[in-house]
Write a protein that binds this ligand. Structure first.
Ligand SMILES: [Zn+2]
Length: 121
């Protein structure tokens, strides 16, 4: 993880815009989790019903479901951009959980209110 800059800039509009982006992203992600849950529950049915051979099918579907879950879990790293500079706030090789993104690594603007302490989950 990058070190915190000595001084980050607090801008209320940036914090509010980030909060709105995170809220809409979480709402969209909630629907993705629901769809993924339904897909995970329905995926083994063709093999269980004998419609398709289980051995190549189940590992392939399992891998696809895991990859989709990973993209859903860490997709914010590529989809949410900083309201101030427009870049992805996390570094290129960082895959931080969304609640751990508290400032932009590029422009050093706060994304959450630093006086509130921990970012809302
Ligand atoms: Zn930024």
């Amino acid at each position: 993880m990058n070190e915190m800059p000595a001084k980050a800039t607090y801008d209320r509009e940036t914090v509010d815009a980030w909060s709105r982006c995170v809220a809409s992203f979480r709402e969209a992600r909630r629907w993705r989790w629901r769809a993924l849950s339904i897909a995970a529950a329905a995926a083994p049915l063709p093999a269980l019903l004998g419609l398709i051979a289980a051995l190549p099918y189940l590992p392939a579907v399992g891998f696809l479901l895991l990859a989709t879950a990973a993209l859903t879990r860490f997709g914010h790293a590529a989809q949410l951009t900083c309201p101030h500079c427009g870049l992805v706030p996390a570094g290129a090789f960082e895959r931080l959980p969304l609640h751990e993104l508290d400032y932009c690594r590029h422009c050093h603007f706060w994304l959450v209110d630093p006086r509130r302490g921990v970012a809302p989950r």
